[in-house]
Write a protein that binds this ligand. Structure first.
Ligand code: ADP
Length: 170
């Protein structure tokens, strides 16, 4: 299969016209700040309603770090939101495997849905404080290794510093 087509844009993940957009969620699945806040704000209450149903069903204890699960994208241009929980940066413990897992599991869920195009934010680099250069390296490497067969995998970076870090990693 063809090598994944990995693209970069500086912008807002809620505005991406892709099959699926990945949310840097928290394990409660019930909303937060950053990307999560923007997705629920713009996507509308349908997304949260589906997250609540997930919590009432298979995800009674929430979504574990490194895992991913899909919901509708509500009013966003995308069809699906894939929620994943990034690891909190901890200088005393290497949690790279968990950050890679977020990307790998999101791709697995996207494949199951039949998504051909997927947008990712810079998971864990906001409130969870992961250094942007290191997060970019892990994200790019994982999409390269695991992203075969997709038409486009797009990183959507909110500011120039993040964009430059991902451009360097790519
Ligand atoms: P985490 O809790 O995983 O760190 P955050 O949402 O706090 O997640 O931040 C992840 C990254 O997403 C940060 O680099 C932040 O600047 C960026 N970000 C915040 N809002 C948006 C948005 N609307 N679109 C794309 N990226 C965003």
């Amino acid at each position: 299969m063809a090598k994944p087509n990995i693209t970069l844009v500086q912008g807002d993940i809620t505005e991406q016209d892709m099959d699926a957009v990945v949310n840097a969620a928290n394990s409660s699945l019930l909303g937060g700040g950053g990307v999560d806040g923007a997705i629920h704000r713009k996507g509308g209450p349908e997304i949260l309603a589906e997250c609540r149903r997930l919590r009432a069903g298979h995800y009674g204890r929430g979504l574990a770090t490194g895992q991913a699960v899909a919901t509708t994208a509500g009013r966003l241009p995308a069809r699906w939101v894939i929620h994943t929980v990034g690891p909190v940066w901890n200088p005393g413990e290497d949690r790279s495997v968990l950050l890679a897992s977020c990307h790998r599991e999101s791709l697995r869920v996207a494949r199951e849905l039949g998504a051909r195009t997927v947008a990712f934010p810079a998971i864990s680099t906001g409130v969870y404080r992961w250094p942007i250069d290191d997060a970019a390296r892990i994200a790019v490497q994982t999409l390269r290794e695991e992203g075969e067969g997709f038409e486009e995998l797009r990183f959507v970076l909110f500011n120039k510093q993040a964009y430059d870090a991902f451009a360097a990693a790519l």
